[in-house]
Ligand binder design. Sequence first.
Ligand SMILES: [Zn+2]
Ligand SMILES: [Zn+2]
Length: 469
Amino acid sequence: MPRKKKTSIPKTTKKRKRKVKRFQTVRGMRDILPDEQPYWQKLRKVIEKVAVDYNYRRIDFPIVESVELFERGTGMDTDIVDKEMYKFKTAGGDWVCLRPEGTPSVVRAYLQHGMRTWPKPVKLSYSGPMYRHDRPQEGRYREFYQCGFEALGEQDAILDAQMIQMAMRIFKLLKLKKVSLHLNSIGCEECRPSYNKLLISYLKNRKKSLCMDCKRRLKTNPLRVLDCKEEKCTQVVSQAPQTVDHLCGDCKKHFTTLLEYLDEIEIPYSLRPELVRGLDYYTKTVFEFFMEDENGSQAALGGGGRYDYLVEKLGGPSTPAVGFACGMDRIVNAMKNADTEPYQAPTPKVYLAQLGDVAKKKSLKIFEQLERSGIMVAESFGRGNLRSQLNQANKIKAEIVLIIGQREALDGSVILKDMNSGGQETLPFDKIIKEVKKRLKKNADMAKKIAQQERKKAQNLKKKKKKKK
Ligand SMILES: [Zn+2]
Ligand SMILES: [Zn+2]
């Protein structure tokens, strides 16, 4: 009997081990692993640079907001609020959601913190994750990243132009080519009602040819029929009256002024009567950026437009505003296809090796001293074997290796091995930082000199070739 018991114990532990659940990301969510991060870092750096250059100040707002903010801001009958919002009731009984986009949050913050007293326009930029419970597709996630720019308090079309200019600057800095600007004006409260009437009567006569969604939109949001992707709807829409032909005087002037600005800064555009942007708050200018991918199909990078009534709709005073947002996941994808150079972090040129227990103890402190004095150091403290540490130093192309052995640890010194010359010397701890800095500078100067000489050589070659021609 005891024997039986003995054999049964390991069996059950085995069974239990197999049962432990391994977790996966939730559907539509993903990890962005270290290998991909250099692209994201590059993108963030470019966005940050452009934001500073164009005088936009960073704002962060919560991921969780009240449901009503988006119902009232983005609109009840928009896909992102109606169908795709992650909403839930908190233990306290409030209806909250994971933010599906940034603009209503920016306006909420603008009002909450009295930014209307700030000098106008108030220019704000943000970036971070957004959430939409959409059907996941290749390159499309339920948690996705957006960066956005909002300028509040100015109605002049020059801001619309500058917003577009800024977006183009971002694409240019990321070396994204074949980016095209689609543009439209969808009017204001003055001119849209009469246009809507016209559109409805046109669509009503062709109701049979519309998709189910558009039949519903006809009642709730007829403008949105214009950007339906269903083929039967695009056919109907192609002959529909166009918003630009029915703008009021003010909207017309605003739009033609914007076009003049764009001509002036030489940004080509293509006028798209079907472009309406699908959210309730847009007025006048709407725009989108598309990039042609390697298969020749168009992928949207981002877009934006004017939202002159949103501040008022969310309880503030009448405040014109214009904004733009782009999908960072898509841009990162585009960067990879465009062979954009990802961000390259500086790499350590010094490697710290240790041998023996006493040395190992000292090494943490020395590492910190070097790091504090601005010297980047690589190490593999977990390894005891000196040869494997030196291999590692070679692998990362370290210029200097510092070795602390048992004896050095006891008498307070370090062996400095110069990997370029192969020479080595023993130095007291307190001389190390100065010596390392001196040698690194010498190497850097040398590298600069060589690079300069090579550039000169290349230039001379070019000149010679020109002369021959
Ligand atoms: Zn108008
Ligand atoms: Zn449709």
